[in-house]
Design a protein around this ligand. Sequence first.
Ligand SMILES: Nc1ncnc2c1ncn2[C@@H]1O[C@H](COP(=O)(O)OP(=O)(O)O)[C@@H](O)[C@H]1O
Ligand SMILES: [Mg+2]
Length: 225
Amino acid sequence: MIRLKHIYKSYKLGEMQLPALVDVNLHVKPHEFVSILGPSGSGKSTLMNIIGCLDVPDSGDYILDGSQIGNCTEDELSEIRGKKIGFIFQQFNLLPDLTAYENVEMPLLYHKISPDERHERVMRTLEQVGLADRIGHKPSQLSGGQQQRVAIARVLASQPSIILADEPTGNLDSASGREIMEIIKGLWRDGNTIILITHDIHVADQAERKVYVHDGRLSDKETAV
Ligand SMILES: Nc1ncnc2c1ncn2[C@@H]1O[C@H](COP(=O)(O)OP(=O)(O)O)[C@@H](O)[C@H]1O
Ligand SMILES: [Mg+2]
């Protein structure tokens, strides 16, 4: 369960403090699929970084599965991320010199799991995203949609419960974008909590619920935007 209460975050620019999030309140229940919709610069990525424990707010409470995140050290944040959260970005962030298989395997090398289990997870997740026949391909030998599918397999291999997707279809043609959305909806049906950030209403509409960000403020009504 994700609960944000009165979250404020600003960035320092020279002498000025520019507000990026202003009194943000959000509750996401387990197994929910929520999309966060807003124009460029509205604070979506800032919000995702906080939800994903990549950054902490200036003030306000963030409670994730009963724990206060605001008081966590860097190491604790990193541990929470590793256990609970999977990120899907607009840029696929694959390592260019590694094959699809190796890209998915990479984060698992830091987990205490046996080589057999590791192999099983890599194969199962690549199969799940429809890439069982591309395991030896490097990112440059894959289409954008296929690269994003490798990135999703890499997330799934770590078995997160919450998946945060920041403009996951932003770099894709519409057909590949639809494929990626089908995969994301499948992950939701499998029981994951999904938070999807987008500026595309057609993408956002596929979630159970939409919330809107405008100038760092969150609203569940579009009219406020
Ligand atoms: N690291 C940063 N330093 C300074 N300002 C930032 C930083 N990251 C984001 N901002 C500013 O905060 C606001 C929100 O940015 P962001 O969360 O990236 O918006 P979005 O993802 O909706 O495009 C923008 O005005 C942006 O310029
Ligand atoms: Mg962004």
